[in-house]
Every structure is written in structure tokens, then in C-alpha cells.
Design a protein around this ligand. Structure first.
Ligand SMILES: Nc1nc2c(ncn2[C@@H]2O[C@H](COP(=O)(O)OP(=O)(O)OP(=O)(O)O)[C@@H](O)[C@H]2O)c(=O)[nH]1
Ligand SMILES: [Mg+2]
Length: 233
């Protein structure tokens, strides 16, 4: 057998441990790995518990107020009624034009909502900034079939933004381009461009097409809003 040169590395097999030491070593290793397995289990449990806690925290009944604004006849009240539970919903053909404002309270996606459905009539628009002071989110409804008044809608949007607490306070804006069931309505991208939403850099906003009569797009819009309200807490 050729002798190893001194520079050649010795291996474990060159110096076998006595059986007792070797098994003690194995026991230590397995104890350590069991301890680390326990730690991993504990961490996993804690992760699971914190996931459940955050889930419950997130969806335990919470409260938020919404301000619903937009020109008269845009479909605000019809949209609010659509979001309500079936049992308390007023049928679309029995909703009168709003006078002043109307407050509705209902729970949607585990959030207790207080909804300020404002009149869009010119004589009541001055009320919007007052109710914007405390709101958690704004729903701005646009009649996507009414091309002649979209410029007016833009002015009212700027007005409520500049003459209210919203000027300094971040709060999410949901833009609903309503009446998309009708022919020749403006697509959301066109409405966004006219309203100048590109300039909305300091707040979160979302725009989608919807129909308060068919329900199209309304769940999508509300899902975004609820997510924003969750993030804000
Ligand atoms: N085709 C169509 N009609 C709609 C839609 N939403 C609302 N309308 C109709 O539009 C009209 C006005 O609806 P409202 O919900 O009263 O409008 P509003 O924005 O609350 O109006 P004010 O209370 O006056 O500010 C009603 O005749 C509704 O039936 C829609 O998605 N599609
Ligand atoms: Mg109304």
C-alpha cells in the first residue's frame, strides 16, 4: 500500500471514531435537527396563526363612509341601490331624483358602509365639498352616454377636489362610467383622458365601465374600493 504524502488530506475514514463517540455524535446531530424541526414547526404555526389573525382583522366588520357624487341623472342612486342587499333594494324604476342627499347604511364584503348619495343637480353640488371632509373614499359616477356634459363633470370633479379637504387628504377615487348597456357610450379610457386622470398622481384611483341596470362592472369597482379601504387601515 502506498503511503500518503503529508500534504494529502486525511479523511474521516483515516481516523474512525470509537463507536460510542460516533453514536453520541449522531445523537447530538439528531437532537439538534429535531430541535430545529420543532423550531420550523413553531414558526410555521406562528405564520399560520398570524395569517388567520390578519385575515380576521381584515374582514372583521369594519366601517367606512363613501361619498357618491356625479352629475344629475348619472345613475348614482341606481348604483347605490344595486350595491345594497336584495332585501332592502329599491327597484331601479322606482328611484326618484335625489333631493339634497340620501344616506344609506349596509354591509358589503364585510365592511359596514355609510353611503352619502349626493344629488347631482346644480343647486345641490355645493354640498359635495362639505361631505367630502370625512369620507373614506369617493365614488364619482359619469353618465358615459352623455357626451355633451362630460366637460361639466370634469369641472365639478376639479371643484370638489380643490374646494374640500380632499385637496390635502389622500383618499381613493372610484370612477364609474355608467350606462355602458346603452349604444355609443364613451369607453373608460376616453373618459379618463377627458377627466385628466393622468394628473391624479398623489392618490389611488380606478376607472371602469358599468351598468347599474345590468350590474356589469359594479362588483369589479367595489372589489377595488374594498381592497383600498383594507390597505388604508
Ligand atoms: N340605461 C341605463 N339607465 C340607467 C343606468 N343607471 C341609471 N339609469 C337611469 O338613469 C336615470 C337616473 O338615475 P339615478 O340613479 O336617479 O341618477 P342620479 O345620478 O342619482 O341622479 P340625481 O339623484 O338627480 O343626482 C334613471 O332613469 C335610471 O333608471 C344604467 O346603467 N343604464
Ligand atoms: Mg340620485
Amino acid at each position: 500500500m502506498s503511503r500518503r504524502q503529508p500534504w494529502q488530506r486525511h479523511t474521516f475514514l483515516d481516523h474512525p471514531r470509537p463507536a460510542a463517540i460516533y453514536s453520541a455524535h449522531c445523537f447530538e446531530v439528531s437532537k439538534r435537527s429535531r430541535r430545529s424541526n420543532n423550531l420550523i414547526d413553531e414558526e410555521r404555526e406562528m405564520g399560520f396563526m398570524s395569517a388567520i389573525t390578519s385575515f380576521l382583522g381584515r374582514y372583521r366588520s369594519r366601517k367606512a363612509s363613501l361619498l357618491v357624487v356625479g352629475l344629475d341623472n348619472a345613475g348614482k342612486s341606481t348604483i347605490v341601490q344595486y350595491y345594497k342587499p336584495d332585501s332592502s333594494r329599491v327597484p331601479a324604476d322606482q328611484i326618484p331624483p335625489t333631493v339634497g342627499f340620501h344616506i344609506d347604511r349596509f354591509t358589503r364584503d364585510h365592511v359596514q358602509l355609510t353611503v352619502f348619495d349626493m344629488s347631482g343637480s346644480a343647486r345641490y353640488r355645493d354640498l359635495w365639498p362639505y361631505y367630502a371632509a370625512e369620507t373614506d373614499a369617493v365614488v364619482f359616477v359619469i353618465d358615459a352616454a352623455d357626451k355633451t356634459r362630460i366637460e361639466c363633470a370634469r369641472r365639478e370633479l376639479l371643484d370638489v377636489l380643490h374646494n374640500s379637504e380632499l385637496k390635502v387628504r389622500e383618499c381613493p377615487f372610484l370612477f364609474l362610467c355608467n350606462k355602458c348597456d346603452m349604444a355609443d357610450t364613451m369607453p373608460a379610457a376616453e373618459v379618463a383622458a377627458i377627466l385628466g386622470l393622468d394628473a391624479f398622481k398623489d392618490r389611488s384611483w380606478y376607472i371602469c365601465e358599468c351598468s347599474a341596470l345590468t350590474g356589469q362592472g359594479l362588483s369589479e369597482g367595489m372589489a377595488w374600493l374594498i381592497e383600498q379601504l383594507s390597505v388604508a387601515r
